[in-house]
Structure formats: C-alpha cells, structure tokens
Design a binder for this molecule. Sequence first.
Ligand SMILES: [Zn+2]
Length: 127
Amino acid sequence: MTGTVELRDLEVALEAERQRAAQRLVDADAEFEEIVAATRNANADDEHDPEGSTIAYERARVATLRAKAVGSLAVIEGQLARLRRGTHISCERCGAEIVLERIAAVPTTRHCIACVTTRTTRLSRGD
Ligand SMILES: [Zn+2]
C-alpha cells in the first residue's frame, strides 16, 4: 500500500459497491413482497386492523430503503461508466475533478473534498 489509488483499484472498489447496492435493492424488493403477502393474509381490508399502521410504516421504510439503493446504484454506475471512458469525475457543485482517493473512500460521492468541508459554513449563508 503506497497510499496512491490506481484507476483499476477504484474500478474494483466501485464494482464491489455497485454489487452491494444491487443486493440492497434485491433485499428491499424481497422484503416488500413479504409485507404485501402478510397484508393479504391479514385481511387488510379491515380498517381497524391494529397491524394496519405497522404495515404502512413497514412499507414506507422498505420503500425508502429501495429508493436509496436505486439512487446509490445510479450514482455508482454513472461513476463506473465515466471511469471506464477515462473521463474525470467532477464535483457537481464546483466542477473540480474529484480525486480518486476520495471516490475510493466514498464511492457515492458527487462533491469534491473542498465543497464537502465548506458545506456547513455555506449552509449558514443560505448557499
Ligand atoms: Zn467541489
């Protein structure tokens, strides 16, 4: 380990992260199916079913998990595609190139270190 991130290492790291996000999506879908099946078995047309609110909460929770997984997948796949084309990944805020070390550490990042570290002060100015 020299501390220098090679493009190939980064591609491997992103690919691993992509597979984790894809697995989260599969898990969320499976969990959602379970909730739907449970709802069917529990006579969900009874509005006074005490489990009704739990089911609604569970559905919302799984839907959020799924949306996050889909978002992560989209970001990671975009970054992989750019890497494979040899295009730099640039910060969505300032357009600066995001260093490979940062992408290796936080694969779903869309901002450079400078923007992330100044975000808290910018927020107070309404940026
Ligand atoms: Zn930036």
